[in-house]
Write a protein that binds this ligand. Structure first.
Ligand code: SF4
Ligand code: SF4
Length: 208
């Protein structure tokens, strides 16, 4: 059984990882977060005897190594709002990379779902019957670039093509947030980042 006390030294928790144990420790992230927060420890991580830091994220590295660096960085941000903001921005940038492939396949402002339906409805799900057009959509461009729920959403047409975003695929979301906080991220559509972060910190959200 993992006893994190054995890895504690000089106000830090020090993990020495290799390809044989990195997944094991990633799976223990929840315990590591709890331990570091309780004892006010920073996390220091070595991989193959080399200390990791966030500059290594600029290199092409194995996913597990990238994941452990982001986990370390988040653990070492002790202010809750700032930690959540780092997680939020990091995951949004992963999602932006996927979205930049234009999987909604917009042509003349009409997305794949609506083209398949044979309608000329513009702006996809940023505009819909009942709710009308999102106030952040101006000249068919989203001016609110930081809404994670919008980035996560994929409609039935996309889901049938296998395009689905699962929050638990992101270690920063999987291990740092409760199920309730994951619902906040999933369902806070059309909402600026600052409001979502506030909901995450207060752990409070009433579904509309
Ligand atoms: S998620 Fe679906 S409905 Fe929304 S813009 Fe993309 S293809 Fe269109
Ligand atoms: S905030 Fe969401 S719904 Fe509004 S324009 Fe941007 S992507 Fe569309």
């Amino acid at each position: 059984m993992l006893n994190l006390r054995n890895f504690k030294s000089n106000g830090k928790l020090i993990l020495k990882l290799s390809k044989d144990n990195i997944e094991y420790f990633i799976n223990k992230t929840k315990r590591i977060i709890k331990y570091c927060d309780k004892h006010k420890l920073n996390l220091e991580v070595y991989y193959d005897n080399k200390m990791l830091n966030d500059k290594d994220l600029e290199k092409k590295l194995d996913k597990n190594i990238r994941d452990i660096i982001t986990i370390m960085k988040a653990i070492n941000i002790k202010d809750k709002y700032k930690r959540y903001e780092y997680i939020y921005d990091t995951v949004c940038s992963y999602l932006d990379e996927l979205i930049s492939t234009n999987y909604c396949d917009f042509k003349n402002d009409i997305c794949i779902r609506d083209r398949l339906k044979g309608t000329n409805h513009k702006n996809g799900c940023c505009e819909c019957l009942g709710r009308g057009k999102c106030k952040y959509l101006i000249d068919s461009v989203c001016t609110e670039k930081s809404c994670m729920a919008c980035k996560l959403f994929t409609c039935k047409t996309l889901r049938e093509k296998g395009i689905v975003h699962n929050l638990n695929d992101y270690v920063l979301i999987k291990y740092f947030f409760t199920n309730k906080q994951k619902d906040i991220l999933r369902f806070s559509y059309w909402t600026p980042k600052e409001i979502i972060l506030d909901r995450l910190v207060k752990n409070k959200y009433v579904r509309p």
